[in-house]
Design a protein around this ligand. Structure first.
Ligand code: API
Length: 269
């Protein structure tokens, strides 16, 4: 069975997008996702995105990390789907319904309201999520935020000095995070500017992480480090995050279609 897909990216965080509304897709096993996402022999992507019908919104977006895990949110992919749909839309995700508004060369996404309760992250035990009393090899006192998916944010002087490929997996898999965690290291340059690098749960170092930018901005605003509208600079480019008076976060940035293709399902199943 041939499956059509669209290869897309948001600031270099790349996706294989499959429209399950336009074609019948067999159930996606974690192994099939890993094979498709594999950059050596597969199509290659950070996340596989499956669009399905929804009875709560215009469409449903299912998000699978390269390791095969299905997760709740993906900010960069939300912008990519907005470009693909080409019109305003509500998108059901496991992390809640988000609102897409296509813009020139990308999109704005209402990512909803960040959650800060220790059990909402979730953490394994009660803890102050604004400044957690924990440390890993010099990375200390992070914040934790859930923006549909779980994030831990370390504010540091210089993000380039952090050995994130070593510390990222250690922190991602620490038992303090029962559902694992996306690991963000951020440097606040001024009250409107953050530099960010992310070790993503289930995908590793990526060129950009939309939910990471949202979570980091929410944590910085909560600590009083920045204004409510910040530019977050990631290795792949910049995103604008704004928090409204009601607490909702809006993320604005580019998204690009790379190419369209198809593959034989049995080659990856
Ligand atoms: N790795 C994330 C999912 C993808 C998030 C990222 N690619 C984004 O743009 O938000 C997680 O396991 O929660």
């Amino acid at each position: 069975m041939r499956i059509s897909f669209t290869k897309m990216h948001g600031l270099g965080n790349d996706f294989v997008v499959i429209d399950g509304q336009a074609q019948i897709l067999p159930e996606l096993s974690p192994a099939a996702v890993r094979n498709i996402a594999d950059r050596h022999g597969g199509i290659g992507c950070d996340q596989l995105i499956l669009l399905e019908a929804s009875d709560k919104a215009d469409s449903k977006m299912r998000i699978f990390n390269a390791d095969g895990s299905e997760v709740e949110a993906c900010g960069n992919a939300a912008r990519a789907v907005a470009v693909l749909l080409g019109e305003k839309a509500a998108l059901e995700t496991a992390g809640g319904v988000i609102a897409l508004t296509p813009a020139e060369g990308g999109a704005s996404v209402d990512m909803g309201t960040p959650r800060f309760g220790w059990e909402e992250i979730p953490l394994q035990m009660p803890m102050n999520t604004n400044r957690m009393p924990v440390a890993w090899d010099g990375l200390e006192n992070p914040a934790a935020v859930n923006v549909g998916n779980p994030h831990v944010i370390f504010f540091v002087e210089n993000v380039a000095d952090v050995p994130l490929s070593d510390l990222g997996p250690q922190i991602e898999h620490d038992p303090l995070f029962p559902e694992r965690v996306n690991v963000n290291v951020a440097s606040v340059k001024d009250r409107k500017t953050i530099e960010l690098r992310v070790w993503e749960r289930g995908a590793g170092l990526t060129k950009a992480c939309g939910t990471g930018a949202c979570a980091t901005a929410a944590a910085a605003i909560r600590r009083g480090l920045t204004e409510k509208r910040v530019i977050v600079h990631l290795p792949g480019g910049a995103l604008e995050i704004e928090q409204a008076g009601d607490g909702r976060l809006t993320m604005t940035g580019p998204a690009t279609e790379s190419f369209r293709g198809s593959f034989e399902w049995d080659d990856f199943a």
